[in-house]
Design a binder for this molecule. Structure first.
Ligand SMILES: [Zn+2]
Length: 380
């Protein structure tokens, strides 16, 4: 007699409103931190959401590989290290240590791959050479610029907004050496105490976007399933990272989906050191359990900007208590309805990571459903 095997159908995952069809595995490239400063709530939100994405993809039956880089070669970092009187690599390693501690305390899973930019200089040089060969880049005064005139349009931005963002994120669109203000350095010349490596174009260092392109290509080849990071990376960073990869490999799109987690503001203002309104993860952890911080981050839509109010953390802690109370009472419903509830919570999560909907279902059902969801989301 023919042997039949039961195949369990799992809910398909949608992300950003579109189905993310996956067979067997998922490659997630997450832009990590530039280790020059303490970890704040905005960082925590980004990496907790990426952590949940990985858990949801894993429960959908695919093998998930998260690659989260460390941008330890960066002009902002160099400047901060200089102010601290430390070599940039030592300074970065210390900041990285604190970041790792905060992430571990928040229950964020350690990524399988954690490339550090300084170890990928040869790959950036190969990327720059390849782009030059393909006519997608040109050399000028020891710098290699990528021809990016089409990038803002493809990102759906008007010229003025794109210029403002390029300037804000340090891409210096006013640099007159480039043919077009939207060209960005793949390789930039270094002098003085800037970190520098030998290259065919003289001593220099990688451009920010090119670092992530090189690390992603090295980790995953020409495409990824999800490109992830904070919403502030949408443009220019993610747009140029993808454009550089596509120009080199000819494989389009570089990323099949994106998880760009929402901006967290404080009192209506962008969180920034200069504004003095940074909400630090270590300060929150001193007064609240990690489960409350995760609940604060997760009990909302991942792509809707939000404003932090300290009272929200008390509400999140109370919500964790309610979930725990629901987990402690017997399940509502008829015997055997547990599977249906489990499927319903999984479907909610698979539907664009709808944590609030999953929480509602599990809390109403109580018992094992609430226990399982609490454990799955790291909320206990
Ligand atoms: Zn990046």
């Amino acid at each position: 007699m023919e042997q039949r095997h039961a195949v369990r159908l799992r809910p398909g995952v949608t992300l950003g409103g579109a189905p993310l069809q996956l067979v067997g595995r998922a490659r997630v490239y997450a832009c990590g931190i530039t280790p020059y400063d303490v970890t704040h709530l905005g960082h925590a939100a980004t990496y907790v959401w990426i952590d949940v994405l990985a858990r949801v993809l894993g429960s959908a039956g695919v093998e998930v590989t998260v690659c989260r880089n460390v941008t330890n070669v960066d002009d902002v970092l160099t400047a901060a290290a200089h102010r601290a009187g430390e070599p940039y690599d030592r300074f970065a390693a210390i900041q990285q240590f604190y970041f790792d501690g905060d992430m571990a305390a928040l229950g964020v899973g350690r990524p399988a791959l954690e490339p550090r930019a300084h170890a990928y200089v040869a790959q950036v040089i190969a990327l720059a050479s390849g782009l030059l060969e393909r006519g997608a880049a040109y050399e000028r005064n020891g710098q290699v610029y990528f021809r990016g005139a089409e990038v803002p349009g493809r990102a759906g931005l008007d010229r003025e907004t794109a210029l403002r963002l390029l300037d804000e994120y340090g891409d210096r669109p006013g640099d007159t050496a480039r043919d077009d203000p939207f060209d960005v350095p793949v390789w930039q010349s270094s002098d003085g105490d800037e970190p520098g490596w030998d290259s065919p174009w003289g001593p220099g260092r990688p451009g920010w976007h090119a670092e992530c392109t090189a690390m992603a290509l090295d980790a995953f080849g020409p495409a990824v399933d999800v490109q992830a990071g904070g919403a502030d990376l949408r443009f220019p960073h993610h747009a140029y990272q993808a454009a550089l990869a596509e120009a080199l490999t000819g494989v389009t799109p570089f990323a099949r989906a994106r998880l760009q987690s929402a901006v967290v503001s404080v009192g209506g203002a962008k969180m920034a050191k200069s504004t003095g309104n940074l909400v630090l993860v270590k300060d929150l952890l001193a007064h609240y359990p990690a489960s409350a911080i995760r609940m604060l981050i997760l009990d909302r839509r991942w792509d809707a900007d939000w404003d932090y109010d300290p009272a929200d953390l008390d509400r999140a802690a109370a919500r964790v208590e309610r979930l725990a109370a629901a987990a402690g009472r017997p399940s509502r419903g008829t015997p055997g309805s547990g599977d249906a509830v489990r499927t319903a919570t999984q479907s909610a999560l698979a539907n664009d990571l709808d944590v609030p909907a999953a929480l509602k279902i599990a809390e109403e059902a109580g018992g094992a459903a609430a226990r399982d969801l609490g454990a799955f989301l790291g909320l206990r």
